[in-house]
Design a protein around this ligand. Structure first.
Ligand SMILES: Cc1cn([C@H]2C[C@H](O)[C@@H](COP(=O)(O)OP(=O)(O)O[C@H]3O[C@@H](C)C(=O)[C@@H](O)[C@H]3O)O2)c(=O)[nH]c1=O
Length: 188
């Protein structure tokens, strides 16, 4: 299992080893010990899954505010997605910057999105399914977002993004500059 870092401190791409034979392959997708060595103590309490029927579906940019902030370990189970983490840690030198990776079921790679980051993704194929484990329970009161197309963040979305797929909530997310200061999460 390989842990790939990005220019921004915090997120990681987790790439498992694939052992192939005549039957197919075997792969250890997640090992708590190796993961904790890399990111520190974590406890996953909820497993989420979503299907996006249309190619170009965009969900995000989402995060939960404290005290219900979540770390997320995201994986693509069908299709493929461009997965994005946006640094929203108020005390971070890379505040407002983002990283991305393409997740596929063939590679079984995962993106670790620590507390303090926003998460968004765009599906690159129809019928894409993502699964993600989170370190805190869903809390509708703490469910927050930032506009996917905020020019201050300027995520380089692929041309196939289809804004007509946005949920009602994601059509009206605030810009980074308009986020109340108490959302600044100081990477806690
Ligand atoms: C996130 C979530 C939603 N729901 C419900 C609320 C709503 O009725 C329905 C759909 O919710 P949403 O529209 O928020 O789903 P979605 O837009 O897919 O939200 C997700 O987007 C990605 C980018 C993330 O990072 C996730 O944490 C989550 O915010 O599911 C839960 O019951 N539990 C949950 O953990």
């Amino acid at each position: 299992m390989e842990f790939r870092t990005f220019d921004i401190e915090g997120p990681l791409e987790v790439v498992p080893r694939k052992i192939e034979d005549d039957r197919g392959y075997f792969s250890e997708i997640f090992r708590l010990g190796s993961f904790v060595e890399c990111v520190g103590p974590v406890e996953f309490v909820q497993d989420n899954q979503s299907l996006s029927v249309r190619r170009g579906t965009l969900r995000g940019i989402h995060f939960q505010s404290h005290p219900m902030a979540q770390g997320k370990l995201v994986r693509c189970l069908a299709g493929s997605v461009l997965d994005v983490a946006v640094d929203l840690r108020g005390d971070s030198p890379t505040y407002g910057r983002w990283v991305s990776t393409t997740l596929t079921p063939e590679e079984n790679n995962q993106l670790w999105i620590p507390v303090g980051f926003g998460h968004a993704f765009c599906t690159l194929q129809p019928n894409s399914v993502i699964g993600y484990r989170v370190t805190n329970y869903y809390s509708p009161e703490n469910d927050k977002g930032v506009a996917w197309d905020d020019p201050e963040i300027a995520v380089e979305w692929p041309d196939l993004v289809d804004p007509s797929t946005l949920s009602a909530k994601d059509q009206t997310q605030p810009r980074l500059a308009d986020l109340p200061e108490y959302f600044s999460m100081e990477g806690k």
